[in-house]
Write a protein that binds this ligand. Structure first.
Ligand code: ACO
Length: 339
């Protein structure tokens, strides 16, 4: 028998520390007008060294809210899935840290590394396990601590102004009602463009001793320990892939664009969301954006936006909710949900 997967509870956490565009302009040659015009971002949250947060800890804070809202006990979680590109440790992943912090029994913990598409990839993995009956309750978290790894000098301004920290979580559970919850997920990737949006090191390609040697010998310009993004290339690919994968999901379910009650795009850049909104002729009420307040929080952006849209009463039972993401890899995906 095939079951359905429904989202039983969602939650979010963002650090208290607000960093405005003006704050960034004190660190690098940038300004509020440039950032707002190109990205729509007004402010983002950054972890402070002493505020006790980390990627896993923020994930736990979001997860606790999601568990409470779902009315699911931590003891009933069958699987943890953690999506991030900024884990606390190189290994092990954040999934096992969350397990320990929440005192969850020895269920499996999977770490998903699909960057901006991480939450949708995680949703799809959870859906497969629940649909087949293998697991009943899955805790899915997307969390990022970008701020500690960004180049806050003028050299890094094209990337660093975009990203923010935060976490979102969802508790996914089995439903016996056909047509309820996740209707389908659609995933894609294209490794050809892997290095167009990447953080190459420290890694096995660029070990720390090598980096230290390069620093000593003055080869600093070659050290790839800050994220690189070919912004315009990413933008062009993003708008194309977002459109394709939303259409793929709609067609798969025999839905029209007019059936969409709420589109929650990965908060990559407000200009990308506006491009999609215009292309699909959606009204302001049909697309949720909060990038102006949080920047791009990568794997956390969709669950944070989903949580806020739900908290604001913009998603109601029976609504057709479309999630869509594009990011580093390149990876992209969509999920069609009957809320
Ligand atoms: N402040 C001021 N000036 C800046 C800044 C900044 N923060 N960053 C770059 N500039 C300058 C550049 O140096 C350049 O100056 P020059 O003309 O003298 O050489 C000029 O502004 C234009 O730079 P571009 O990189 O061409 O600016 P563009 O209009 O492409 O905007 C941006 C850059 C916002 C990154 C854009 O390409 C973009 O949004 N790309 C999509 C990528 C995206 O959304 N990534 C999010 C992460 S990936 C994901 O989630 C999908």
């Amino acid at each position: 028998m095939l079951y359905q997967t429904k989202i039983a509870g969602i939650g979010k956490y963002v650090p208290e520390n607000v960093v405005t565009n003006d704050d960034l302009s004190k660190l690098m040659d940038t300004n509020d007008a440039w950032i707002q015009e190109r990205t729509g971002i007004k402010e983002r949250r950054h972890i402070k060294k002493d505020d006790g947060n980390s990627t896993a800890i923020m994930g736990v804070k979001a997860a606790k809210i999601a568990l409470e809202r779902a009315n699911v006990s931590k003891d009933d979680i069958d699987l943890i899935i953690f999506a991030t590109l900024s884990p606390d440790y190189y290994f092990p992943g954040c999934g096992v840290q969350v397990q320990e912090m929440l005192d969850i029994h020895t269920c499996p913990a999977i770490d998903v590394r699909n960057q901006c598409s991480g939450f949708i990839y995680g949703l799809s993995v959870a859906d497969q396990f629940i649909k087949t009956g293998m697991y009943k309750n899955v805790l899915l978290i997307g969390s990022e601590n970008h701020s500690g790894g960004l180049d806050m000098s003028t050299r890094g301004r094209g990337v660093s102004v975009i990203f923010g920290d935060g976490a979102g979580a969802a508790v996914l559970t089995r439903s016996n009602h056909i047509g309820e919850g996740i209707l389908s997920t659609h995933l894609h990737s294209q490794g050809k463009h892997a290095l167009e949006l990447a953080l190459e090191g420290p890694s096995t390609m660029h070990w720390v001793p090598e980096i230290i040697e390069d620093q000593k010998s003055g080869k600093v310009k070659d050290i790839p320990y800050y994220p690189y993004m070919n912004g315009q290339f990413v933008f062009k690919n993003a708008v194309q892939r977002f459109s394709e994968v939303i259409n793929e999901g709609l067609q798969h379910n025999g839905l029209e664009i007019s059936d969409i009650d709420m589109l929650i795009p990965h908060q990559a850049n407000l200009r990308i969301s506006q491009f999609i909104q215009k292309k699909f002729k959606l009204s302001d009420d049909q697309v949720y954006n909060n990038i102006e307040r949080y920047g791009n929080t990568t794997a956390a952006s969709i669950p944070i936006a989903l949580t806020e849209a739900w908290e604001e009463g913009k998603i109601k039972s029976g609504d057709k909710v479309v999630l869509a993401a594009f990011g580093s890899g390149f990876t992209w995906g969509s999920a069609i949900i009957n809320w």
